[in-house]
Design a protein around this ligand. Structure first.
Ligand code: BG6
Length: 492
């Protein structure tokens, strides 16, 4: 059998990735303000998560986790915490109090980088203060110092699908340009405080998901509002890139895209053409931020969404040009099928008969990762960085809390091999790989705990009950060997 070269570049960055509201907890500690996710309940694959809000008549309304899709959410809503509801972001898995233990575990597996997101409302509780919350800043300083003990560098996500709740309610999230100013003020504080100890930054997580999920914090929006919100985020990101470069000249700033691969369902020309257009729904975001200008197909795309123009000033155009990303980061979990007549969607579509699926029905497609890396580099010609990948699975610990997760090892092995092929055979420059949720954390889409990605088991159930003790799984030892040999153990 031919052996592939799975050795990675000497300076390859190996790590894990987390998001504050899924991992950190400590929601009412350290002066942290309320975040858009704090009113989001737990759910499951069958029962969507929802927010708990009251309208001005005192009536409870529970829009699903996509604020943006909630037709009945008017300007007069008030968020409420209900006693019989469980809100996963409040405790998450308690990194806030356990960061030393978690960082030690990550160091034990050999990480030289750790991607985490700063909680915006920990730094600016309402987003509108003139001075940042020192206690919040100190928390991340302590985290970075702890990492430094193990020579682990940070990759900081400035905004992971969230907003201080005040900015959601007062300005209808990113539809308002006021939020650009609030973001830039916040980003500047982070660059000044951590810039000497942090080279790699991400301005936004999965920014291309703004149409489907709730990262824009938009309560009610037409198609045009959503794209205007995205434009405002592009401008905010470009301003942040410029600032980061000015404050620390060696900083590298990217943004992160949900780059699930899309395949045409058949070779019928109509399906292929539809696939090209569906793919452009994602490329739109990468092209604008990676190349610094709106692509020629933008207007046609807007028209498909029911509008002709956006509010884009000449100054915005200049900022986008000057604030291009240094690298393109993306999450890769699965591939999808699309065909003529399908509504646009980021994930989903018909079943792919050639692929197996995870327990949550996500198709397992390692080659799709290699495909994506090539596509992005061909198009943008900037290094790529895989900042999320992994398999959500149900783990069954034995009586000692040990999980023999061979299925996860198999998943990771195939994806890392595909990544090595893209690097070594296709010559795609790739900065690193940060696996999603190295220590088990709360699922974004379902709010469940039982959908686990990590190689460290956290003893906690879907309602937040358990000791929260951490126990390395079988994949921990496997991953340790992979990193220690810089990929050589992947060779069959
Ligand atoms: C990405 C997000 O969409 O996928 C993460 O950036 C998320 O926040 C991850 O957790 C996996 O999705 P899920 O729904 O399985 O947690």
């Amino acid at each position: 059998m031919k052996k592939l070269n799975t050795k990675f570049p000497e300076d390859f960055l190996w790590g894990g990735a987390t998001a504050d509201f899924q991992y950190e907890g400590g929601f009412n500690e350290g002066g942290r303000g309320i975040l858009s996710h704090d009113y989001e309940t737990a759910g499951s694959n069958e029962t969507p998560r929802h927010h708990t809000l009251r309208n001005k008549d005192g009536k409870l309304i529970t829009p699903n986790s996509s604020f943006i899709l909630a037709e009945d959410v008017s300007n007069d809503v008030e968020p409420v915490f209900l006693e019989n509801e469980y809100y996963p972001s409040h405790q998450a898995v308690d990194f806030y109090h356990r960061y030393k233990e978690d960082i030690k575990l990550m160091a034990g597996v050999g990480f030289n980088i750790f991607r985490f997101s700063v909680c915006w409302s920990r730094i600016f509780p309402t987003g509108e203060e003139t001075e940042p919350n020192e206690e919040g800043l100190q928390f991340y300083d302590d985290v970075i110092s702890e990492m430094a003990k193990y020579n682990m560098e940070p990759l900081i996500t400035i905004c992971h699908d969230e907003l201080p709740m005040n900015l959601v309610l007062k300005y209808n999230g990113w539809t308002s340009r006021k939020v650009i100013d609030a973001y830039v003020k916040y980003a500047e504080v982070l660059f000044k405080r951590y810039g000497k100890r942090c080279r790699y930054w991400l301005t936004f997580n999965e920014i291309n998901a703004v149409r489907g999920f709730g990262p824009t914090g938009v309560r009610k929006a037409s198609g045009k509002d959503r794209y205007q919100a995205a434009h405002n985020m592009f401008v905010a990101s470009a301003k942040a890139v410029k600032l980061a470069h000015r404050i620390s000249s060696d900083s590298q700033v990217g943004a992160m895209y949900a780059m699930s691969e899309q395949y045409p369902a058949t070779c019928k020309p109509e399906d292929i053409f539809h696939h090209m257009q569906a793919r452009r729904e994602n490329w739109y975001f990468v092209d604008i931020m990676g190349r610094g200008y709106y692509p020629s197909y933008a207007q046609n795309l807007w028209q498909r969404h029911g509008f002709d123009r956006l509010d884009i000033t000449l100054e915005d155009t200049q900022i986008l040009k000057e604030g291009q990303l240094d690298y393109i980061a993306f999450s890769y979990y699965r591939s999808n099928i699309t065909k003529a007549g399908d509504a646009w969607r980021n994930v989903g579509g018909d079943t792919n008969p050639y692929l197996e699926v995870t327990p949550w029905g996500w198709p397992i497609d390692p080659l799709g990762l290699r495909y994506c890396m090539n596509e992005i580099y061909d198009r943008i010609q900037k290094p790529v960085f895989i900042v999320e990948n992994g398999m959500g699975a149900v783990d069954e610990p034995d009586e000692n809390g040990y999980v023999a997760d061979d299925y996860r090892i198999d998943f990771l092995k195939k994806h890392l091999t595909a990544m090595a092929d893209a690097i070594n055979i296709d010559k795609v420059p790739c900065l690193g790989y940060t696996m999603w949720g190295p220590i088990d954390l709360v699922s974004l889409s379902t709010g469940e705990m039982k959908k686990r990605y990590g190689f460290v088991y956290v003893d906690m159930d879907d309602r937040g009950k358990g000791s929260l003790d951490r126990t390395p799984k079988k994949s921990y030892t496997w991953m340790k060997n992979v990193i220690a040999t810089n990929g050589e153990v992947l060779i069959d």
